[in-house]
Design a protein around this ligand. Structure first.
Ligand code: SAM
Length: 334
């Protein structure tokens, strides 16, 4: 199953809710996603049965890795039930989840028992003031650290995601890396122009090469050695310090990786998007609820993938970033 640019369909990201218990300024700013914001009513979310049917269709077309995201996926009730159903699909090699970690102390053990293998936990600063401001609610970073510890105790693999914004959290990157490097690999992500509300501009992006130089302290980037990619399509460029502790750099702005992108995404409402920056998608929920057979679902998805030619990050310019309407991150997940 190849798209028009020869890219295989290998990964599926499934958003299970558009709600979140944080209001990160670059993702779901509180002035837009406030008390009056109309989140999706429950009936409009895909049910677990619908998600499983779609996942099976995608797996039959070549998907091998599933990632659960949101919104904040741990807010979805009975999530272990969904994980168990997905982990039981033959040919699924990996079920992972991206989370802000706040609820992990409550749910990590059940998720692990259900078949979840790995979590990526997002934390942007260890400075309570900086993190509190970035997450929009004043939430303390210790709560995320407790979540990371709970995940490790439950036997889950853990990676950490840190979005870097110039003048916001870039001063504390080395401190964060020094504190977390024994626990988990940290991946620093260039701030992206996702959604329509985060006030993105190129000046707020700290290029990955600058991040690496800062992490290395006095030695700069020379403190690290590159680590060979494990597989084609690995999004993070990995580096290791002399003790072998890894850091990842996700350079979606300064070094886009569209050419290797093998990911499809399903929003919480069941819309299929073939790019994080898409303006529109294909309504799989309508097909599901309209009585489509498994074969018809599979044909629908295959047709979308076969016609895929998006490579937004490679075409991005500041003008296009501002003008083009894009799906919200809270609907589609990271
Ligand atoms: N709530 C979960 C979490 O916090 O990880 C899952 C959803 S969140 C949308 C997924 C990831 O996208 C997070 O690591 C978040 O930091 C990242 N993200 C959100 N907006 C971003 C942006 N504008 N640029 C780069 N990464 C972003």
């Amino acid at each position: 199953m190849l798209d028009l640019l020869g890219r295989p369909l290998r990964d599926l990201r499934i958003s299970v809710t558009d709600r979140c218990n944080l209001r990160c300024t670059y993702c779901m700013p509180a002035d837009v996603f406030g008390p009056d914001y109309a989140f999706l009513p429950r009936a409009e979310l895909l049910s677990f049965e619908e998600i499983e049917r779609l996942a099976r269709a995608f797996v039959s077309l070549g998907v091998r890795k599933l990632r659960i995201t949101g919104g904040e996926p741990t807010l979805r009730r009975d999530l272990p039930t969904l994980i168990a159903a997905l982990a039981a699909i033959p040919d699924v090699e990996d079920v992972a989840m991206t989370t802000n970690g706040l609820l992990l102390p409550r749910v990590a053990a059940d998720l692990r028992a259900a078949g979840l293998k790995r979590v990526t936990v997002s934390i942007d600063s260890l400075d309570p003031e900086v993190f509190g401001r970035m997450n929009g609610l004043g939430t303390h970073p210790q709560r995320v650290l407790d979540g990371i510890e709970a995940a490790l105790t439950a036997g889950l693999g853990v990676k950490v995601n840190t979005v870097v914004q110039r003048g916001v959290n870039d001063a504390g990157l080395r401190e964060l890396w020094l504190a977390l490097r024994e626990l988990a690999p940290v991946r620093f992500i260039e701030f992206m122009d996702v959604g329509n509300h985060n006030g993105w501009n190129l000046d707020s992006v700290v290029p990955s090469r600058e991040v690496l130089a800062r992490l290395g302290g006095e030695a700069g980037a020379a403190h690290f050695q590159p680590v060979r990619a494990d597989y084609r399509g690995e999004v993070a460029s990995r580096y290791a310090d002399p003790e072998g502790r890894e850091v990842g750099l996700i350079s979606s702005v300064t070094a886009p990786f569209c050419g290797d992108c093998s990911r499809a995404r399903i929003s919480a409402a069941g819309v299929l998007y073939t790019c994080l920056f898409a303006s529109g998608g294909t309504d799989l929920r309508a097909a599901l609820r309209g009585g489509a057979s498994d074969a018809a679902l599979r044909d629908l998805i295959a047709g979308v993938w076969a016609g895929r030619e998006d490579r937004y990050s490679e075409e991005r310019g500041e003008a296009t970033a501002a003008l083009r309407p894009k799906v919200e991150m809270s609907h589609i997940g990271g």
